[in-house]
Design a protein around this ligand. Structure first.
Ligand code: SF4
Length: 179
């Protein structure tokens, strides 16, 4: 059985103007939302860059985890919740964003990626600037290509959501929460 942490979020009735415009458009176009870890370390940065790259492909569009988690009344949140599939690229095996998203989005629609287990780099680095900008882009590009290839092959599956130790195994097989 999964344990659950509770997080309080201060309510707001505000919405993001561009999000209200983009949400219905992306929903009508059937775009698949792409979310990512945006943690402050290099692993989060690689995930963020790769998510931006995946989102440039035709079927996908970049989505905002802030809106999904904290403004459920927003058009962007509705687009993400109602999408046929949602991709979450987490920076590492902790799956910070995937573990929140799976309580908002139907788990069968979630595709979550442990980026570290795919690129197998920077496990012991924190600062983004420890890796030159060109190398960050290259690593993110390689990650994005692997994610896209896997998505193309298996549209309705989930990559590993839990349990990777970052030991460097290739994209792992589907696992299901026992809860
Ligand atoms: S997923 Fe990993 S890299 Fe991203 S914020 Fe969480 S702990 Fe940091």
């Amino acid at each position: 059985m999964c344990n659950v942490l509770k997080l309080k979020i201060t309510k707001t009735d505000k919405v993001c103007g561009i999000g209200e415009h983009a949400g219905p458009k992306l929903q009508n176009e059937g775009k698949i939302p792409v979310l990512s870890c945006e943690g402050g370390c290099i692993k989060g940065e690689i995930a963020r860059l790769a998510a931006n790259m995946v989102a440039k492909e035709d079927r996908y569009a970049r989505a905002c985890h802030g809106a999904l988690f904290s403004t459920p009344h927003s058009a962007i949140a509705e687009w993400i919740r109602e999408a046929d599939q949602v991709v979450v690229i987490d920076g590492c095996f902790l799956h910070c964003h995937g573990r929140i998203a799976e309580h908002i989005i139907d788990r069968d629609k979630l595709v979550t990626v442990d980026a570290l287990s795919v690129h197998k780099k920077y496990a012991n680095l924190m600062d983004v600037d420890d890796v030159p900008a060109a190398e960050r882009q290259q690593t993110a590009r390689e990650l994005a290509e692997k994610v896209l290839a896997h998505l193309d092959e298996n549209r309705s599956y989930a990559l590993e959501r839990h349990g990777s130790c970052g030991c460097g195994k290739e994209l792992p097989a589907q696992t299901k929460c026992a809860a």
